[in-house]
Design a protein. Structure first.
Length: 256
């Protein structure tokens, strides 16, 4: 398994693989041909960036059995999802600002993120693993009180589309089996708030990719957030949120 990162060092944007606090630099294309340069950087000496630059982030809603039971939600026949625009994309260490003029609840949602590795459309389920580059940590931030502000329209884009509300990274883990015993953990100021198994998904990562690819073309670098389970709660100004998945990474941001 490799953990791919993008980073800034000596005034240039670079990419490579992270292990034991050291980044081995590569050149070429992250989602294409590449090769090691032989140069290494200590992660403490660089600035980590978003591990890729998506054309879109797709977020699932109601994709975990435990949460569906708790909130009395129906089991969907097809993945239920929304889109996050490019202004929401943020990475490790980036602040999550409160939307201007909004004083309501802002919640974190720790999630497993799928990173697409090649342009694809109408992908059969059996071929889904071949179009997935790897997996990352996602914090799908939401202005909860805006969702149902209008009684006849759910404001998915408004509630989830503020600046830096689509946080992901810091790395992309490849050669990872999503059916393994992965758990998504979220700590708020050092206190655990979420800890749930990926295996509780209604639609597995392979099913998600296959089904959504029949709705729209997926591009290399696109991120699909698999949805969240129980334990979501509000953040106060100055809170620090850490989303971690063993084997994938640890994503830390401050709600400012």
């Amino acid at each position: 398994m490799a953990r791919w990162v993008r980073f800034e060092a000596a005034g240039a944007t670079r990419f490579g693989t992270l292990a034991d606090g050291t980044i081995a630099e590569y050149e070429g294309e992250l989602f294409g041909e590449n090769r090691a340069t032989g140069r290494e950087f200590a992660v403490a000496d660089v600035r980590l960036l978003m591990p890729c630059q998506p054309s879109k982030m797709i977020g699932l809603w109601n994709n975990f059995h435990e949460r569906a039971v708790l909130e009395n939600l129906h089991t969907p026949e097809h993945p239920l999802y929304f889109l996050k625009p490019a202004n929401t994309f943020a990475g490790e260490g980036d602040p999550i600002p409160r939307p201007t003029g909004y004083d309501g609840m802002v919640v974190f949602e720790g999630e497993l993120g799928i990173v697409i590795g090649k342009r694809c459309k109408d992908v059969p389920l059996v071929d889904a693993p071949g179009v997935i580059f790897g997996y990352t940590c996602v914090n799908d931030v939401t202005s909860r009180d805006l969702l149902k502000r209008d009684p006849v329209f759910v404001h998915w884009t408004r509630a989830k589309g503020a600046d830096n509300f689509g946080v992901f990274g810091p790395s992309i883990a490849t050669d990872l089996d999503p059916a393994s015993l992965l758990r998504v953990r979220v700590e708020l100021n050092g206190v655990e708030k979420q800890n749930y198994p990926v295996t509780d998904m209604i639609f597995s990562p392979y099913e998600i990719v296959s089904r959504i690819s029949h709705d729209m073309t997926l591009e290399a670098g696109d991120v699909i957030a698999c949805g969240t389970s129980v334990g979501v709660c509000g953040m106060q100004d100055g809170d620090t949120v850490v989303v971690s998945i063993a084997g994938v990474g640890e994503l830390t941001n401050r709600f400012a």
